[in-house]
Design a protein around this ligand. Structure first.
Ligand SMILES: *Cc1c(COP(=O)(O)O)cnc(C)c1O
Length: 328
């Protein structure tokens, strides 16, 4: 059976490193914890001492409901839900419809994907007060924090600082508790100086070691199903896009694009061998003789170089049916 091994040591080392920059971490575990497995990752985070996490949907929040003090949902529904759930509010119409009492306001500081515009914040605060909602947090998201030479992040952060001042003034005036502020994703944590990281940092990919400077958490292995020898000139797989240049031993492995791996037509470099020809839905053929496991990757950054894509994209698509096993 194909297995995704999750290294506790790598995960905790990444968290230690992030905590060195900012002790308060809101790990992002949306989309099945970037494909790693929501439940195993949530349990590991809880064991580490994490109290607040970010997920995508109410459904994800419900799956891990009792483990955390606060679960911030990025795309919530509008109905009321549990007390430890916080809903992201990203527009005025959503705020008007929302019936859940605990919210974080998302501010659009320039990415123009979602969020309340800085000049709508006054109106938003008024609605929050009238509806007696509890504003637990205010945040923004940067479009270009992974471009160190771009000044965009700094101007976006300054727009956000002005929003913070307005929110703080409002809270003092009406004697409401001040919300906490967060804006730094993984790239933001690298880019910004320690005094500009907000009350909490909000990293995703760094936790899983999908970027430089962190340890990869996931190791994907397939099981060797059978081995065989092929002769020079014989082809492998659909359309025989690989032709053996010499006599070779090959192994069939139980992982294909049906398990969420990227489709490839002309092989791919793996950890200790290479895949040959076209990947099939449920299997691929690799060079060499393997008895048990074949490591597809133990560092997703290397594996991603086979494809025109980002590590997030490879990880997040790993099928939930692949077995997850926590290792040291
Ligand atoms: C996904 C996401 C993150 C995490 O981003 P990384 O680049 O993985 O660190 C942070 N904040 C929001 C709002 C997100 O949607």
């Amino acid at each position: 059976m194909a297995t995704l091994y999750l290294s506790r040591k790598a995960l905790y080392s990444n968290l230690d490193q992030l905590r060195g920059k900012k002790p308060h971490i809101l790990p992002v575990i949306k989309d099945n914890a970037y494909g790693h497995g929501l439940l195993p990752i949530a349990h590991l985070l809880k064991e580490y001492g994490i109290e607040r996490v970010v997920v995508r949907s109410n459904r994800e929040a419900e799956a891990i409901g009792s483990l955390f003090r606060e679960i911030l949902i990025l795309f919530p529904h509008t109905g009321r839900s549990y007390r430890n759930f916080s809903y992201t509010i990203a527009s005025l119409p959503q705020l008007r419809k929302n019936r859940h009492p605990y919210i974080h306001l998302k501010i659009d500081t320039g990415m123009h994907r979602s969020g309340i515009a800085p000049d709508e914040v006054g109106e938003a605060l008024e609605i929050i007060r009238q509806k007696e909602l509890e504003l637990k947090g205010v945040f923004t998201h940067f479009c270009c924090a992974d471009e160190p030479l771009h000044t965009d992040t700094f101007s976006a952060l300054h727009r956000f600082y002005r929003v913070m001042e307005e929110v703080n003034r409002f809270c003092s005036k009406f004697n409401l508790p001040r919300p906490y502020y967060h804006w730094a994703n993984s790239a933001g944590v690298e880019l910004l100086p320690p005094d500009q990281l907000g009350d909490y940092i909000r990293p995703g990919i760094a936790i899983y070691g999908g970027v430089e400077g962190y340890q990869p958490v996931a190791k994907l292995t397939g099981r060797a199903i059978l081995t065989r020898k092929i002769k020079p000139g014989e082809g492998v797989g659909y359309n025989k896009t690989f032709i053996a240049p010499r006599e070779m031993e090959i192994t069939l492995v139980d992982l294909g694009y049906g398990d969420g791996l990227p489709y490839f037509r002309n092989g791919a470099w793996l950890k200790e061998t290479r895949a040959l020809g076209k990947i099939s839905m449920d299997s691929m053929v690799v060079e060499g003789r393997f008895e048990k496991e074949v490591v597809i990757f133990d560092d997703v950054r290397q594996f991603a170089q086979n494809f025109d894509t980002i590590t997030y994209d490879i990880l997040v698509k790993l099928h939930p049916r692949i077995k997850r096993v926590i290792v040291e």
